[in-house]
Design a protein. Structure first.
Length: 314
């Protein structure tokens, strides 16, 4: 059996906990796992620009003993029309895992169907599950352990229809958190994702709330998260989006409404003065830079876990 990580709920709650605990351990000792010793190759494919994903996966694969084969899809035959299935069949015979930052979720699902090795979603238009693992690990680190996650209220404000909102809903609910999304009525999460998150929350002691009211969303929250208002591909809507999201900015007032000692996270890149103020981003309640560091540790933990739980035939 091959284990993939295409969306947050591809892990059970117990498995998510294992990965997060390993991530915290890997921050203390970056070389405790070497599943790609050899070195074995890991294909890391980019259809979209990247800084944190590119650096963290390339560094992480190397620290796991492997060779990161970084591929920009436009410089490959995929950019000239080769099918996902054919690419998967080729890569799976030569590398030990595939990481892909792409567009539609259906593309990475097709890659996983044909690859024969673990496939990791490094970002799609629908989900960003590796980022949520990093976020949860950073919160756990800052609060004293993975067992501190359950029962926390995590609020995300901004574009509720994007991949970050969807992954916060699923990943947060899986961790037993009370997840809130505050967004304009025409930028709400996919209802199917909300229903999945509510089911997970009911199973693991959390809850899910979706609202159009910024104040309701952040009031009493332990963690406040946000993301850019202009996702890749939405640049032509910049003027309209700034007007729609202005009231969802994370600022000092947001922290005043939140729980005492609330912490702020942002997946980056951040546009200061737009979705978050500089004072909050660089302030004492921000764990954004710890969160960014955990992209490395969480993804290493995930890759190590997937390799340990997959039976790969050569």
């Amino acid at each position: 059996m091959i284990r993939h990580f295409l969306r947050d709920d591809d892990l059970t709650a117990a498995e998510q906990r294992e990965v997060l605990e390993l991530a915290l351990a890997m921050r203390k000792d970056r070389f405790i796992k070497r599943p790609f010793e050899g070195p074995q190759g890991v294909a890391i494919i980019f259809d979209k620009p990247s800084t944190r994903t590119r650096v963290s996966f390339a560094t992480g694969v190397a620290e796991l003993g492997g060779y990161p084969l970084v591929i920009d899809s436009q410089g490959s035959q995929m950019g000239r029309g080769e099918s996902v299935a054919d690419t998967a069949r080729v890569l799976g015979r030569q590398v030990s895992a595939i990481v892909w930052r792409t567009f539609g979720q259906e593309k990475i699902e097709e890659m996983a169907e044909y690859a024969g090795v673990p496939v990791v979603n490094a970002l799609t238009d629908e989900f960003h599950p590796c980022q949520i693992l990093a976020d949860l690990a950073a919160i756990a680190d800052a609060r004293g352990g993975v067992d501190k996650l359950a029962g926390l209220t995590l609020t995300y404000v901004g574009d509720g229809a994007n991949n970050m909102a969807h992954s916060y809903l699923l990943g947060g609910a899986l961790a037993g958190m009370h997840v809130r999304v505050g967004a304009p009525a025409d930028y709400m999460p996919d209802e199917r994702v909300v229903l999945d998150a509510k089911r997970l929350a009911a199973e693991h002691g959390g809850s899910v709330q979706v609202t159009t009211d910024h104040d309701d969303a952040v009031r009493g929250a332990d963690i406040i998260a946000t993301d850019t208002w202009i996702s890749m591909g939405d640049e032509e809507q910049a003027g309209e989006r700034h007007g729609r999201f202005e009231q969802y900015q994370v600022n000092e007032r947001s922290l005043e409404l939140a729980a005492p000692g609330a912490q702020v996270i942002h997946c980056l890149p951040a546009y200061r003065g737009k979705e978050i103020t500089t004072e909050v981003l660089d302030g004492p309640q921000s764990i954004v830079w710890l969160e960014a560091e955990y992209r490395l540790h969480a993804q290493k933990a995930l890759l190590a876990w997937l390799m340990e739980h997959s039976e790969i035939e050569r």
